[in-house]
Design a protein around this ligand. Sequence first.
Ligand code: ATP
Length: 361
Amino acid sequence: MADLRIGILEGDDIGHEIVPASVRIARAAAAAEGLAIDWVEVPIGRRALDTHGHTMPEGTLDTLRGLDGWILGPIGHQAYPKVPEAINPHPILRKQFDLFANVRPTRSFPGIGAIHEDIDLVIVRENNEGFQPDRNVVAGSGEFRPTEDVSMSVRVITREGSQKVVRAALDLARARKKRLTLVHKNTVFKLGCGLFVESAYQVAQEYPDIAVDEVIVDTMAMRLVRDPQSFDVVVTTNMFGDILTDEAAGLVGGLGMAPGLCIGRGAIAMAQATHGSAPDIAGKGIANPYAMIESTRMMLDWLGRKRDVPAAVAVAERMRRGIEAALADPATRTPDIKGTGSQSDMVDGIVNGMENAHAQA
Ligand code: ATP
């Protein structure tokens, strides 16, 4: 019996490089810690369209239902042919498995071109409602054009959706510095953001040990640049979170440094980097694998704690040491983060770093 069953969904473009790299590292760490992982390859994306006739083939969701978690590579859906079989699988996955919280950490490492050297914050983004028209309604789209010259976008904020994501953020805050910042704009969106804030304070009553404060989103955009060190856990609605997490990535070296974990109410997790499929650099061996590897590491750590599998937490810790060792040396970093190495140099550096760190421990 495997300790964990984990899916591998490569996605598109650089996904075919960074997902196998993440699996290689997780496999090596799991072997060293005695964690038995059953790896299950699941078709998705452009290649699945060619082989199975659909970017989200029949059976993919059923297979995922039998897993504890999965690694989802970036999806390049903008380049899909315009046929009904070529859909963007993201919103379906997040909705089907009620993965309502997208946990996106931002951390600076020395020498990689971070704008500040001491950033360590996490933005928790609501994942399934808000302004995103591909997931905020059960049928049709949250966007429509009633006349040739008028378009309308509907933003959905619910008490339940807000409470769920804020609860996830409060749990995270409890495991960190016991501080949570709500980001919104209730000065203008009195009903939408107003409901988000009202719901957040209702849930926060159950967490008297967590200090909660608020920042208006435009001020947050400015403060992230000037004093990101003053934040620890931040929670916000879908689109504000989408924008702020890319901004935060820019502070610490760019999109290659932006990992993410999608979680929900159950004990299922989806590792998904913040960045897209970067077709411009696919196949060149230079895509930074950090975001995908760190997302995978976060997933194993989270599953290990949720499902009480201590070896998975040990695997995540081993991976952390390897990642930190590789990031400390320009020869084992990709060019986007002031490195002189290739993607495979970085992956080798992480594998070696995991072994060396263990030998020294
Ligand atoms: P999406 O809307 O799907 O998130 P996007 O428009 O944000 O996609 P990305 O594919 O994320 O675009 O990439 C934007 C640019 O950032 C890429 O063209 C690439 O140069 C750079 N980039 C993204 N990911 C990485 C990475 N892992 N390593 C290095 N550079 C990256």
